[in-house]
Design a protein around this ligand. Sequence first.
Ligand code: GNR
Ligand code: NI
Length: 171
Amino acid sequence: MIRKILYSPHPVLRRVAAKVQKFDDTLQVLVSDMFETMYAEKGAGLAAPQIGVSLRVIVLDVSYATENPCHKIAVINPEIIAAQDSKEFNEGCLSVPGYYEKVTRPSKVVITGFDVNGSPFEIHAEDLLADCLQHEIDHLNGKLFIDMLSPLKRGMARRKVEKYKREHQLD
Ligand code: GNR
Ligand code: NI
């Protein structure tokens, strides 16, 4: 089922999401809906708070931009355990529609977490995948990429979202 995306400044986007405690059918459905919603919205990633679910669940698919044969990635309770180097990335966010800007982040990260069945795993990521993982994990901590920008640019982003909502007759 495709779920509705929440837009900034929705308060759920600002909450610190709770850890998943049970790897049950409800989680399977959530992850499946998140992939469906992400593909429908043509996003490279999606965090559960963006569909109004304040849990530490992220999905990604950056295969369009890589030669990585692993397309779909879901991480439950992700944690960044190492980060190094630094790079400028051009980012966008489904919750800040119509606005894109460069931000600087570590370009290599190691992430730990669990798959949808509760098995632990690690991801060693760089470049776009590292960028997306950090962007999604920020969502779980109530942060948006626009928080890293100047007040002037944040104001521009806010007006873009307002315009988008007006044009698409959203709340
Ligand atoms: O679709 C998305 N593209 C993107 C581009 C650069 C860095 C991060 C992203 S994630 C974003 C989808 C989204 O809002 N995920 O939370
Ligand atoms: Ni986002």
